[in-house]
Write a protein that binds this ligand. Structure first.
Ligand code: AP5
Ligand code: MG
Length: 182
C-alpha cells in the first residue's frame, strides 16, 4: 500500500477522521497541522497565542510557523506518514517538496476527499469546535477555495491525485481510500 500520503479536502470532509483510521490500521504517522496547532493553543505557548487569533477567524496561520512544526516532526519520525491539512497553499506545497527531497522521501499519493457544501457545513455545525460556527465555517470554505483548491490541479499535474467521494458511512469511505491506495 502507498504509505507516504497527503489528505486534501475542504473543512469537514473527514480528513482527520479518515487519516486517523488509516494510520491506526497500518501503523503510519498521522501529522495534522490543525491538531498540532490546537495543542500549542492549549499549552498557551507563544506560538499558540499567535495562532489562536487566526484560527478563530478561519484564516490560515503563517507559512513559516506551520513549516517549522512540520519540519521538526518529519525529521524526527520514521516509517510511513499521512499529512492532514498540510500543505494548504502552493507555497507550502513547494516547501514540502524541498523538505521531502532533503529527506529522500516522495509523496506516493494525494487523497482528495470530496463532499458538497451543505453536508460540510452540517457536519461542522454538529461537531462544534471553537472555529465551527456558521460565519467562521463560511470563511474557512472561502479560504479553502482561494488558497487550497489550486493544489488539486497542482497534484493532478504530478499524477498523484486520488479522488474519493466523502459522503456515506465512515467505514465505507475508509474502504474506498484503501482501494485507491492498494
Ligand atoms: P484544520 O484543523 O485542518 O481544520 P479544517 O481544515 O477546517 O478541517 P476540519 O478538521 O474541520 O475537517 P476534517 O476534514 O479534518 O474533517 P473531520 O474528520 O474533523 O485547521 C484548522 C485551522 O488551523 C485552520 O483554519 C488554520 O487556521 C489552521 N491551520 C491548519 N493547518 C494549517 C496550515 N497547513 N497552514 C496554515 N494554517 C493552518 O470531520 C468533521 C466532522 O464530521 C467530525 O465531527 C466528524 O466526526 C464528522 N464526520 C467525519 N466523517 C463523517 C462521515 N462519513 N459521516 C458523518 N460525519 C462524519
Ligand atoms: Mg481535521
Amino acid at each position: 500500500m502507498k504509505d507516504r500520503l497527503l489528505f486534501l479536502g475542504p473543512p469537514g470532509a473527514g480528513k482527520g477522521t479518515q487519516a486517523e483510521r488509516l494510520c491506526n490500521a497500518h501503523g503510519l504517522n498521522h501529522l495534522s497541522t490543525g491538531d498540532l496547532l490546537r495543542a500549542e493553543v492549549d499549552a498557551k505557548s507563544a506560538l499558540g497565542t499567535e495562532a489562536a487569533e487566526l484560527m478563530n477567524k478561519g484564516e490560515l496561520v503563517s507559512d513559516s510557523l506551520v513549516l517549522a512544526i512540520v519540519k521538526s516532526r518529519m525529521k524526527s519520525q520514521s516509517g510511513g506518514w499521512v499529512l492532514d491539512g498540510f500543505p494548504r497553499n502552493v507555497n507550502q506545497a513547494k516547501a514540502l517538496q524541498i523538505l521531502l527531497e532533503e529527506l529522500d522521501q516522495q509523496i506516493q499519493g494525494v487523497v482528495l476527499l470530496e463532499l458538497d457544501e451543505v453536508a460540510l457545513v452540517q457536519r461542522l455545525l454538529s461537531r462544534g469546535r471553537t472555529d465551527d460556527n456558521e460565519d467562521v465555517i463560511r470563511h474557512r470554505l472561502e479560504v479553502y477555495a482561494e488558497q487550497t483548491e489550486p493544489l488539486v490541479d497542482y497534484y493532478l499535474n504530478q499524477g498523484l491525485l486520488l479522488r474519493v467521494p466523502a459522503s456515506g458511512a465512515i467505514e465505507e469511505i475508509q474502504t474506498h481510500i484503501e482501494d485507491v491506495l492498494s
